[in-house]
Write a protein that binds this ligand. Structure first.
Ligand code: URA
Length: 432
């Protein structure tokens, strides 16, 4: 039997814990036999002293063992691919990627989470679709991936229960932003979900957990190493989150943008990220093609309409209405105009994310109810030239008062000057 206090002390003093010790600590905590206060102290010791690569893997493995696992590949008799993003502002990538991957003949079954704070969750976005059912049983999920080729659902309560407990504890003990803890949290869910190969999108910049490319690389390498130890192939893209992704921030607005993108009419940065993600996923699948061919097939599925058909099949299978006109629309739409001519030097992702949150597009506490219709369209982005009075952004609000507040906040997120910013590609680097 472990003594939690002894493990905390050893980690506090910079020592190394064994795999069995970490496993027992996690399992005893999940079974309520180690209290929150000891786990909180342990997390803080980890925050300051770090975990070795072997310890990070042991922690991840223990988290996977805390609940049920799914072997999707085994269940549908195909190699399964999955993707995960570390979260940002305007990140609706999975909603556009899924239908394109499915249209290219690769099964895509994904369990997604909800957003908290300024980052939105895929599930919240999908709930903007009238009727869409996010809860399927494991059997329904597997069957839908087999029959339709695509399912995106909420994470089952029994999958990695340790992460749910630990994440909630980290959230209130200032121990979220530690690379080993983030890597273990993300990879435990991907490993338990049964993907054979995983494309990770590590967001870097103002609106992301990882503020610098250096930190982003360290997180990417930690997750690739966890994948290697678990026998899964992992490709990690490092992508820009210094400004919102695409134009839309807010649930129904993001769905419209994802739909436009699978029709080939999306904003450049978002479309590029979606096509790159699909190309990597197809190259990791059992199609036996490389990334260049994956990109070609992804573009083809967009151009010939098969991606839109896959979207419609998928949404109907989950009882949703796939018509764009069925998405909710906000009562008030107002405009943010450029006060002077110049070039957009900066568009702060966090500021836009927080403005959308205050409009009601996200949750400030777990109990908050989301308004799916509200949000922000950032029509001008970094590097765009504007004349005085040009529309920078649109505010979609439930009333005039919240619209006015958001207008001021979004205007403050823009820096307009005469220095064109250094060009920054959406994909900053790819590591595997
Ligand atoms: N996303 C997760 O799932 N876990 C973390 O710890 C951070 C981001």
């Amino acid at each position: 039997m472990i003594r939690a206090a002894e493990l905390i002390e050893r980690k506090r003093d910079g020592g190394e814990l064994g795999a069995e010790e970490l496993r027992e600590l996690v399992l005893e905590y999940t079974a309520d036999r180690v209290p929150d206060y000891q786990m909180a102290a342990f997390l803080m010791a980890v925050y300051f002293k770090g975990l070795s690569s072997a310890e990070t893997f042991a922690l991840t493995d223990a988290m996977v063992a805390s609940g049920e696992t799914i072997d999707l590949g085994e269940a549908i008799g195909r190699r399964c691919v999955d993707k995960h993003s570390t979260g940002g502002v305007g990140d609706k990538t999975s909603i556009a990627v899924g239908p394109i991957v499915a249209a290219c003949g690769v099964p895509f079954g994904k369990m997604s989470g909800r957003g908290l704070g300024h980052t939105g969750g895929t599930l919240d976005k999908l709930e903007a679709i009238p009727g869409y059912r996010i809860e399927l049983t494991t059997e329904e999920f597997v069957e839908q991936v087999r029959e339709i080729g695509l399912a995106i659902i909420g994470q089952s309560a029994n999958l990695v229960p340790a992460d749910k407990r630990l994440y909630a504890l980290r959230d209130v003990t200032a121990t979220v932003d530690n690379i080993s803890l983030i890597a273990a949290s993300i990879m435990s869910k991907k490993l338990a979900g049964g993907a054979d190969a995983i494309v990770l999108d590590v967001k870097v910049g103002d609106g992301a957990f990882m503020k610098t490319l250096e930190d982003g690389r360290a997180l990417a390498e930690a997750m690739i190493e966890l994948g290697r130890r678990a026998g899964r192939e992992v490709v990690c893209m490092l992508t820009d989150m210094d400004q919102p992704l695409g134009q839309a921030v807010g649930n129904a607005l993001e769905l419209r943008e994802a739909l436009a993108t699978i029709r080939g009419e999306g904003p450049d940065d978002f479309s590029e990220l979606v096509l790159r993600s699909v190309a990597h996923l197809l190259a990791l699948s059992d199609l036996g093609i490389d990334e260049a061919e994956g990109r070609r097939r992804a573009e083809q599925a967009v151009a010939d309409g098969s991606a839109v058909e896959a979207y419609e099949r998928w949404v109907r299978a989950q009882d949703g209405d796939p018509a764009e006109s069925a998405l909710p629309a906000a009562a008030v739409v107002s405009k943010v105009k450029a006060p002077a001519a110049g070039v957009v030097e900066r568009l702060g992702a966090i500021q836009v994310g927080v403005a959308a949150l205050h409009l009601g597009a996200g949750r400030q506490t777990k109990e908050d109810v989301i308004d799916h219709a509200v949000g922000i369209l950032c029509l001008r982005k970094r590097g765009d030239e504007v004349a005085a009075g040009d529309v920078l952004a649109e505010i979609h609000a439930r009333d005039a008062v919240s619209a006015a507040e958001a207008e001021a906040a979004v205007l403050a997120a823009y820096t307009i000057g005469d220095e064109p910013p250094r060009k920054r590609n959406i994909v900053l680097d790819v590591i595997s």
